[in-house]
Every structure is written in structure tokens, then in C-alpha cells.
Design a protein. Structure first.
Length: 424
């Protein structure tokens, strides 16, 4: 079973939107055991879209098209697929009712343009999952040669470009249909270990012997994905006859990786550094405050993105100006990119917000030097039980990454101290 992905939208070609949909679909296909040979992007032009769809269908057994299913004039994916199949579009009244119900639930009248979304190529069916107003499509190719819709030799799927709508359709309909067509009965499972504190090359070097062992003896395979302030991810993937066997392979693989790399593994799958830190704080009954300079509130933002953050996070002081550091947090006169300043910030925010624990950061994000310090110079501090530990680093990055790496690094330092406190 060979599959291709075609992303539709002129905005993709102009760089106005990053095509994360194709990346996500490609990842899901790999986990399902389906080979994806190409990703293509094409603008909202009927001739170029038809050429892209036709070429993909010639090379592959299945084509997944994402985007162009909206109600506006440039949403022409369904029209081009109808041309590709040599059929007409017909209006599905049951889809009309579903689209009207969506607008009725929002208390708004439905614009007439939305009726276009209920038009299906003859022989196609709508994907059952329909969280928005855009139906997805399953379009069998080859029915005219004696195949019915379920057994057609080839198929074109179309899903909206809205990620959360697309995800439901791919997971609920497309992946199961592709696995059925490919005759895949095995189970493929994955598990992601999140790490921080080692480079991608360093981590690959640490795990080189284990990867060689897997190549010869089998087991869950290992792949790496550097993800900025989300950490360096180690993806374990196992293929087996049953769920239980796949889970056993993953558990063994995880244990082996953890034994090699140690406590740089801070979480798994959807866990983030901030969610792990908040869980540790809650477990120990501690309240956290943050004092931020160059990160401008990013640490507090990351913390409050975690549901239930209020159980442990009390607030933040964004002390960007030197005078604010001095008047609110008790930073002494003098350089504010220093150990003395960051220690004062960590202690001062604990006192000001009546917190048990704090993190503090100050430094130079660039692009210009400050007080004789080069861009990337950062002081970070953690305060736990009244004791402050501070550390200086020099990031060799641009301004956005300096700030992002500072966020996860200072939270990682707090995690280590909380684990040590927990273990007593």
C-alpha cells in the first residue's frame, strides 16, 4: 500500500502557513505501517491541483488531500476530485441538514455558500466524523471497472485543512480504511520519552549500542526528534501481533533507554516539563512563583497552559526594566545580569507572592550586548526551602531560541531539586 499526501493552499506556497498537517498525517501513516512516498503542496488553481492529484494517483494506491473543502470560491478540492474521477457533483441532503444543525447550534443563520460543502462527487461518501461544517470525502477509484467502493484498487481521501477537524477524520476513518485495504492485521504502538540535558548527537551516541542490539535481536525501534523547548524526544515504536505484545516490547524498550540515559528523561508522551514540575509541586504541597526578565512571562505562560496549574502556581513578576527588578524584587543597584541579581529576584518573588518555591531568570536575549555581556548570557536561579541555586549559561542561539531554551532549562533545574527534595 503506497500513499501520498497533497496539501492544498496558496498560503502554503507563500510561506504564510506552515504545513503541519502533512507532517502529522505522515507520522500517523508510519505508525500504522503504511508507506508514504511523497508530500506535495499545490496552490488553489484547478489545473495545477488536477495535475498534482493525477500524478499522485498514478504513483500511489491512496492519496490524502488536505485543504480546500471550505465554503468559499477558492475551496475547490471537491470540484477537482470530481474532474479527476470524471463524475458530477451531487448535493447530499443529509449533509445539508448536518451543516444547518452546526449553524443552528451556534445560533447563527447559515450562509448560502455553505451548501457547496454538501456536494459530493458521484460514488464518493462523506467521512462520518464531521466536527465542523466541512465533510471529509472517501472517493473510490476504479468502480467503473467492476470494483465496488470498498474494494476499489485505488482511493482518494479529502480532509479539511483545519487540524483538529482533520485529526478526527484521519484517526476515525482514513487510517482504519487504509489498514483494511493493505491487509494489515498487526499492531503498531509508539511511546515517546521526553528528555532534556543532552544534545541529539550525544543522546544518539549514548544509545548507539542499544540501537545495534535492536537491529540484530529485535525490539522496539528508536528514533530521535529535537523539539526545542519541548525537549529532545526519543520515539520508541513496536510492531507485534497483539496489543499486549506491543506494550510489552515498549515497556522493555523504555526500561533499557532509561537505564542508559538516566534522569534526563523527564516525561512521556504528552507530558511537558512544566506539567511534570507542577505535578511534583502539588505532590509536595508547594506553591511556585516566577520572576522573569528576558523571558518576558514565557515561563508563567507555559505553566498556565497546563490544566489545573492554579493548584501550585501563584503568579509571576515580569521585571523587564531594571527599576522594576530593584523596586519590586529587591535587586541591588548595579548590573542586573549577574548572580547577585538573579538570587535577589528568586528570593524577592517568593517573599512578594508568598510562595514556597521560585524560579528566576535574567540575561541578554539580544541582538545587542548589554552591560558588557554578549547576547545569550543568561543567569537562572531556583529557590527551594529558602535556598537559592544559581547558574550561568551562554546560549549560542538567536533571540527566540535563547528565550525558549531558558524556559525549559530553568524548569528542568527546578525539577531536579524537587526530585531531590522528594527523595529526601
Amino acid at each position: 500500500m503506497r500513499c501520498e499526501i497533497v496539501a492544498v493552499g496558496t498560503e502554503l506556497l507563500l510561506g504564510q502557513i506552515v504545513d503541519t498537517n502533512s507532517a502529522w498525517i505522515g507520522e500517523q501513516l508510519a505508525l500504522a505501517g503504511i508507506d508514504c512516498h511523497r508530500h506535495t503542496a499545490v496552490g488553489d488553481n484547478p489545473d495545477r491541483m488536477l495535475a498534482a492529484f493525477s500524478e499522485a494517483l498514478e504513483r500511489s494506491d491512496a492519496v490524502i488531500v488536505t485543504g480546500g473543502l471550505g465554503p468559499t470560491q477558492d475551496d475547490i478540492t471537491r470540484d477537482v476530485i470530481a474532474d479527476l474521477l470524471g463524475v458530477e457533483l451531487v448535493r447530499d441532503e443529509s449533509l445539508v441538514a448536518r451543516i444547518e444543525a452546526v449553524f443552528g447550534g451556534r445560533g447563527r443563520p447559515m450562509p448560502a455558500n455553505n451548501l457547496r460543502q454538501a456536494d459530493l462527487p458521484v460514488g464518493a461518501r462523506a467521512i462520518e466524523q464531521m466536527p465542523g461544517t466541512a465533510p471529509g470525502l472517501v472517493c473510490p477509484v476504479g468502480a467503473s471497472t467492476g470494483f465496488d467502493g470498498d474494494d476499489s484498487p485505488k482511493v482518494v481521501y479529502a480532509v479539511p485543512g483545519v487540524p483538529w477537524e482533520m485529526h478526527q477524520m484521519v484517526e476515525g476513518t482514513i487510517l482504519p480504511d487504509l489498514k483494511r485495504r493493505a491487509g494489515i492485521s498487526s499492531v503498531i504502538r509508539s511511546r515517546t520519552l521526553r528528555t532534556w540535558g543532552r544534545s541529539e548527537s550525544g543522546l544518539a551516541e549514548d544509545l548507539a549500542n542499544e540501537i545495534e542490539r535492536i537491529d540484530s535481536d529485535g525490539g522496539a525501534t528508536i528514533a530521535f526528534l529535537a523539539s526545542g523547548m519541548e525537549g529532545l524526544k526519543v520515539r520508541l515504536t513496536a510492531k507485534a501481533a497483539t496489543d499486549a505484545q506491543a506494550d510489552a516490547l515498549l515497556a522493555d524498550g523504555e526500561a533499557r533507554v532509561r537505564a542508559i540515559v538516566g534522569d534526563i528523561v523527564f516525561g512521556m508522551d504528552d507530558q511537558t516539563m512544566e506539567s511534570v514540575v507542577l505535578d511534583l509541586l502539588v505532590a509536595q504541597g508547594l506553591r511556585l512563583a516566577t520572576a522573569e526578565s528576558l523571558t518576558g512571562g514565557m515561563i508563567g505562560t507555559r505553566l498556565t497552559e497546563v490544566p489545573g496549574a492554579s493548584r501550585a502556581f501563584v503568579g509571576s513578576v515580569v521585571a523587564y526594566d531594571s527599576g522594576v527588578k530593584q523596586s519590586l524584587l529587591g535587586v541591588p543597584d548595579g548590573p542586573v545580569v549577574s548572580e547577585e541579581a538573579v538570587v535577589a529576584m528568586a528570593l524577592g518573588v517568593c517573599d512578594l507572592l508568598r510562595a514556597d518555591v521560585s524560579v528566576a531568570v535574567t540575561g541578554v536575549a539580544g541582538p545587542e550586548p548589554q552591560d558588557g555581556h554578549e547576547p545569550g548570557t543568561v543567569w537562572m536561579a531556583t529557590c527551594v526551602d529558602g535556598e537559592v541555586e544559581a547558574d550561568r549559561t551562554l546560549w549560542p542561539f538567536d533571540r527566540p531560541r535563547i528565550r525558549q531554551f531558558t524556559v525549559i532549562t530553568v524548569l528542568a533545574a527546578l525539577r531536579r531539586r524537587l526530585l531531590a527534595r522528594q527523595d529526601g
